[in-house]
Design a binder for this molecule. Structure first.
Ligand code: AMP
Length: 509
């Protein structure tokens, strides 16, 4: 793994490129970016980063709309030996304050419309601000136009950090998962092999690039394979079906598949040119898997991963892709199921905590050594927080989350964060936020609120109070006002009871 002269992910991606004129990225407006263009552009942006004072090991935070320039910023940051820190475009200024003051980047790149608001946050940590808009243009790209394309990739070891991706925290504090050059390179190379990527592949890239799935799985795998991608600003079912006529792979969250199934144009004929459909980031319902096979003749390949670990398991390329299962541990990755209390390894078919170990597993949480220690076993296994089992054929099944995470439309929503916002509203006693099955989003964020006697709190007033304070994907789809929350004898709110009570609010016809 560390044989390369420079273990920098950028060197591993592009050194020894045989045909620089090969197509890397196509855009909807007819843009065609070759590997040579990508490398030259990354050189120009890397030169600007250095000129703006970004040093080896510094963080470069980016809240940018999806564009080729935004993807090149990631490559350029890594090339300059800095640490890329992507931020969900839905985060409000209120939320960004925490990430920026915690990560202390030396540069923040954002949409021009947000430069002022973000500027006052960045000033607190003396970070500079540059812009890239949805059209890929901004102060950063203007400066890059005038910069040199030559740039000597900064030497890094495999253990040095390439990126920090924040995951929301159950106790209110988000954690920055520190990912090394080795973590990212090893996992992408494994996936290229396992999913049989070649330079003939054309990926429909419809995922956001602030998350591990679209940024690392989709982009790095394509680039390592010398394949190309059709870069869509966002998922569009009609367009995706049209593009299938000349593409070979789609990577999606389950919502993509449920939306595509609702589209009359989806058929065997429409998917004839495709060789692989990958799903992950949230559970793909077994029904969706079966329906997809019946409609298209393709079995969706479901895989399981997380921000902290990259990809851990995958259904096989050639063997049976089992609906509702996430497949086997990937080569080089160890997966085990343990008793959550004792940590003792459990037998096949027994349900417990999923733990993983391998070159894919992150280096720990940014500036949280104790939290990091508590989530690793002494023998190096990471405790994922997911409950599951390994069946007698070796397939891993995810059966729920130990943490009370809600996954809506492929995005993680931590109830605690929303509960804290609701609890702070006048007239509210307490609240519980749960995930309830939702045909489109997988789970719909649902808030159950107890109001003070006589207070005029209503579902509408709660939603109005949250508006602008939370990213849209975290907003409750429904709010229920109740007298009490169900509790166990230890005084803990029984969210399982609430989930049962509201289980069919989004599915009842
Ligand atoms: P994230 O860090 O946003 O990628 O979210 C990781 C979490 O998503 C995991 O810990 C799982 O709970 C969940 N997840 C990812 N892939 C799957 C899958 N194929 N099936 C079920 N849950 C999944």
């Amino acid at each position: 793994m560390n044989q390369a002269a420079n273990a920098n992910l950028f060197s591993r991606l592009f050194d020894g490129l045989d045909d620089p004129n090969r197509l890397a990225i196509e855009t909807l407006d007819g843009g065609r970016i070759t590997y040579a263009d990508l490398i030259a552009r990354a050189g120009q942006i890397a030169n600007v980063l250095v000129a703006r004072g970004v040093k080896t090991g510094d963080r470069v935070a980016a809240q940018t709309e999806k564009s080729v320039s935004a993807l090149v910023l990631y490559l350029a940051t890594v090339r300059a030996g800095a640490v890329y820190l992507p931020l969900n475009t839905a985060y409000t200024l209120n939320e960004l304050d925490y990430f920026i003051t915690d990560a202390e980047p030396s540069l923040v790149v954002c949409d021009p419309s947000r430069a002022e608001g973000i500027g006052s946050i960045a000033a607190k940590v003396r970070a500079r601000v540059e812009t890239i808009g949805a059209d890929g243009r901004g102060s950063l790209t203007e400066a890059a136009d005038k910069a040199k394309a030559e740039f000597v990739t900064v030497p890094r070891t495999g253990d040095d950090l390439a990126a920090i991706l924040y995951t929301s925290g159950t106790t209110g504090r988000s954690k920055g998962a520190m990912l090394s050059h080795d973590n990212l390179a090893s996992n992408s190379l494994t996936l290229v092999d396992f999913w049989r990527f070649t330079d003939k592949d054309v990926l429909i890239h419809a995922l956001p690039i602030y998350h591990t799935h679209g940024l690392f799985v989709a982009s790095n795998v394509t680039l390592f394979a010398r394949a190309s991608m059709i870069f869509l600003p966002k998922f569009d079912p009609d367009l995706t079906i049209k593009l299938m006529a000349r593409a070979t792979v789609l990577m999606g969250v389950p919502t993509f598949y449920t939306r595509l199934l609702q589209n009359a144009a989806l058929s065997r004929e429409a998917t004839r040119h495709m060789r692989l459909f990958v799903s992950g980031s949230a559970p793909l319902l077994a029904d969706t898997h079966r329906e997809w096979s019946a409609r298209t003749g393709h079995a969706v390949l479901e895989r399981y991963g997380m921000t902290e670990t990259n990809m851990n398991t995958s259904n096989p390329y050639d063997g049976e892709r089992v609906p509702g299962a996430v497949g086997y541990a990937l080569p080089g990755v160890s997966v085990r199921v343990t008793d959550p209390e004792t940590g003792k390894e459990l037998a096949r078919e027994e349900i417990g905590m999923i733990e993983v170990k391998g070159p894919n597993v992150f280096k720990g949480y940014w500036r949280m050594p104790e939290k990091t220690r508590s989530e690793f076993r002494d023998d190096g296994f990471f405790i994922t927080g997911d409950l599951g089992k390994i069946d007698d054929k070796g397939y891993v099944h995810i059966l729920g989350r130990g943490k009370d995470l809600v996954i809506s439309g492929g995005f993680n929503v931590y109830p605690k964060e929303i509960e804290s916002e609701i609890d702070a509203m006048p007239g509210v006693v307490e609240s519980a936020v749960i995930g309830v099955p939702h045909a489109d989003f997988g789970e719909g964020v649902t808030a159950v609120v107890v109001r003070q006697p006589g207070a005029s709190v209503s579902d509408d007033s709660v939603l109005r109070g949250l508006d602008g304070r939370l990213a849209k994907f975290k907003m409750p789809k429904r709010v229920f006002i109740v007298d009490d929350l169900p509790r166990n004898t230890m005084g803990k709110v029984q969210k399982n009871v609430l989930r049962e009570t509201y289980k069919d609010i989004y599915t009842k016809k």
